[in-house]
Design a protein around this ligand. Structure first.
Ligand SMILES: Nc1nc2c(c(=O)[nH]1)N[C@H]1C(S)=C(S)[C@@H](COP(=O)(O)O)O[C@H]1N2
Ligand SMILES: [Mo]
Length: 252
């Protein structure tokens, strides 16, 4: 993007005050610069584009806040109960020995990994906050492997623009742009607060994207798929959440 275009876009983003034409203009500029989110069409689309483009231009890859150990929520929090799906219960009874993470799509080497293999990769941990759209938040320590590690391992194609993440729960799927996928705080986590992740919090693997609202941090992760477009996934809106009316991009 040229400096002029970038300045125009930032100016537009900063000066629109909810006037329809300004919002549409922002959406057009965002589209031209590859900053249009997959749910950027329709009645609320221009507002979503504005939020996505503004975050990308103004916040970039800034880190999410990290907390001190003393700030970890006690008792730990879980949103909802552990899933009762029979397939899940079988995996849980076997200590997730047969759970696999598939990496496929636009990669040189489609890869299937066990939890033990994932635990052999360089681990990182973070004490970050889950912020739920329903108005609560909780702080936990998450241990896992950077999502970027898996993209390198499988040889993500340079043309890939999105990472689509699937969960054992079919309607709980989502996707990240490369900015968030390669962000150092974006993890495939297998540990929480010095132990395994409890079932209610997404055992054995969950996505952690601390720069977005909690619903982006999918639990029970089974697959990551590299793609250059989100059109072929579900209704083409980029996530189960956006199909249910939430914003695909939920930056905080
Ligand atoms: N597979 C799956 N992932 C999910 C959810 C879910 O119900 N199923 N809930 C989401 C929502 S709305 C939030 S706020 C966080 C909550 O994570 P926690 O229970 O560990 O606090 O998980 C997200 N990931
Ligand atoms: Mo949530």
């Amino acid at each position: 993007m040229s400096n002029n275009t970038r300045r125009d876009l930032i100016n537009t983003v900063l000066t629109v005050t909810g006037v329809g034409t300004g919002l549409s203009l922002a959406a057009k500029l965002a589209d031209r610069n590859g900053l249009l989110p997959p749910d950027g069409g329709g009645l609320y689309g221009p507002g979503k584009s504005l939020n996505y483009a503004a975050q990308r231009l103004l916040v970039g890859s800034a880190p999410a806040r990290e907390f001190a150990r003393a700030q970890i929520s006690n008792p730990p929090h879980a949103n909802g109960k552990a899933i009762k799906d029979p397939t899940y219960l079988r995996h849980q009874a076997q200590g997730f020995a047969d759970w696999r993470l598939e990496i496929d799509g636009m990669v040189e080497r489609p890869t299937t990994l066990s939890i033990a293999e994932i635990k052999s990769y360089p681990a990182t941990s973070q004490i970050t906050q889950i912020v739920c759209e329903e108005g609560w938040s909780s702080v936990s320590e998450w241990k896992g492997v950077q999502l970027s590690h898996f993209l390198k391992l499988a040889g993500a194609a340079p043309q890939a623009k999105y990472v689509v993440v699937s969960s054992l729960q079919p309607r709980r799927w989502g996707s990240l742009d490369m900015n968030d996928a390669l962000h150092p705080q974006t993890l495939i986590a297998y540990g929480m607060n010095d132990g395994e992740i409890p079932a209610a919090n997404g055992a054995p693997l969950r996505l952690r994207v601390p720069r977005q609202l909690g619903y982006v941090s999918l639990k029970y992760v089974t697959r990551i798929t590299l793609a250059d477009s989100l059109k072929g996934f579900g209704k083409g809106l980029g996530s189960g959440a956006s199909e249910a009316g939430y914003s695909w991009y939920a930056g905080i």
